[in-house]
Design a protein around this ligand. Structure first.
Ligand SMILES: *[C@@H]1O[C@H](CO)[C@@H](O)[C@H](O)[C@H]1NC(C)=O
Length: 349
């Protein structure tokens, strides 16, 4: 193919055409985005947010709508019919945030067979029926800023495909998070539990978690093996725990894939014994900014063979560098002629 034609083809593929839709409900804004050669692929986005209370549901939307924003419509409890109109079956993404939703009926979401992204944040949910997500191929669910006090993650066992799901449960009132499904695999990869009332690390055995956030909870102590079954975890944030005073030896045991550990802003955490870090074979970044820890135990590097960066105190940063000296006196099994250097004298490593 001549280069000119190829370039033309590529630019047609990349071009995004936007056009408005004629049969759009008054008060909504509808837009079709077409991609590809001859506009072969299109997305219909419909924004019906903030229509005010009293609007009758389901709001008519164009057939083939893929993205629908129904936020801030004072919807109240979700009945089985409110999301059951024509056009709803093709939805890939649905925003139901800020709607005073107190309850979701058993079949309220059952027509949404292609739903990938669901935003239920800023509502008043305190519980969910165990089969309310049944049959949905969800990949991202935002349940933050609701009123949950306890949550059973098994609600995600009913979704249809085995694709991983990312769940945001931050800023609820959770004191308990459970997963009881025996035999069923829960494909939760990302879990945000920040800003809740958890007083200990919940048992998340059996989840293939890669990202976990437990910031700003009431956890005072991390027990030995608290995270033990989470062998796929790559990123762990346990920051802003005003009560955290102690991490027991082997507290991070089993986290063989962990690369980033954020322990910042834990002012009551004043010392860490080297054995706390045992098992963290992949850890590259450790953040202790704003914690009470001001010096590091001498032999901690023996437990952290992959460490690249440690941030300590308010402005102390240590990083791994090639050693210049001729003799190869190492600190722990950090690569042959590499050492950790800090930008402040007198940090004990
Ligand atoms: C460490 O944590 C502090 C406070 O949460 C944050 O501001 C900083 O960017 C983090 N540093 C690194 C190197 O991640």
């Amino acid at each position: 193919m001549p280069l000119g034609l190829l370039m033309l083809g590529l630019s047609l593929l990349a071009a995004v055409q936007t056009s408005t839709v004629k049969n759009c409900h008054p008060g909504c804004h509808c837009e079709v985005e077409s991609f590809g050669l001859f506009d072969s692929f299109s997305l219909t986005r419909v924004d019906c947010s903030g229509l005010g209370p009293g609007v009758s549901m389901p709001i008519p939307i164009p057939l083939d709508t893929t993205h629908l924003d129904l936020s801030a419509n004072a919807m109240g409890p979700l009945s089985d019919t409110m999301l059951a109109g024509p056009g709803y079956t093709t939805l890939v993404s649905l925003d139901l945030s800020s709607n005073y939703i107190t309850e979701i009926n058993h079949n309220a979401l059952s027509k949404l067979r292609y739903l990938d992204t669901l935003d239920l944040s800023h509502n008043q949910l305190v519980s969910l029926h165990l089969n309310c997500f049944s049959g949905l191929p969800l990949a991202e669910v935002d349940l933050s800023h609701n009123g949950f006090q306890e949550f059973d993650l098994d609600v995600f066992a009913a979704k249809v495909n085995g694709e991983p799901v990312s769940v945001d449960l931050s800023h609820n009132r959770l004191s308990s998070v459970t997963t009881t499904s025996r035999g069923k695999v829960l494909h939760i990869q990302t879990l945000n539990l920040a800003g809740n009332q958890l007083s200990s690390v919940p048992s998340l055995a059996g989840l293939p978690l890669r990202y976990l956030n437990l910031d700003s909870n009431l956890i005072a102590e991390i027990e030995e093996g608290a995270f033990a079954p989470l062998k796929d975890l790559v990123y762990l944030s346990i920051s802003g725990l005003g009560r955290l005073q102690q991490i027991k030896s082997n507290g991070f045991k089993g986290l063989q894939s962990l690369q980033v550990l954020d322990l910042s802003n834990n002012p009551k955490l004043v010392s860490i014994s080297p054995a706390v870090f045992s098992g963290l074979d992949s850890l590259q970044e450790l953040n202790l900014t704003g914690s009470g820890v001001t010096a590091l135990p001498t032999n901690m590097l023996t437990h952290l063979p992959s460490i690249k960066s440690i941030t300590l105190g308010r402005s102390i940063h240590c990083w791994r560098t090639k050693k210049q000296a001729q003799f190869h006196r190492q600190m722990g099994p950090v690569q042959h002629d590499e050492v950790l250097n800090c930008n402040v004298e007198g940090v004990v490593l």
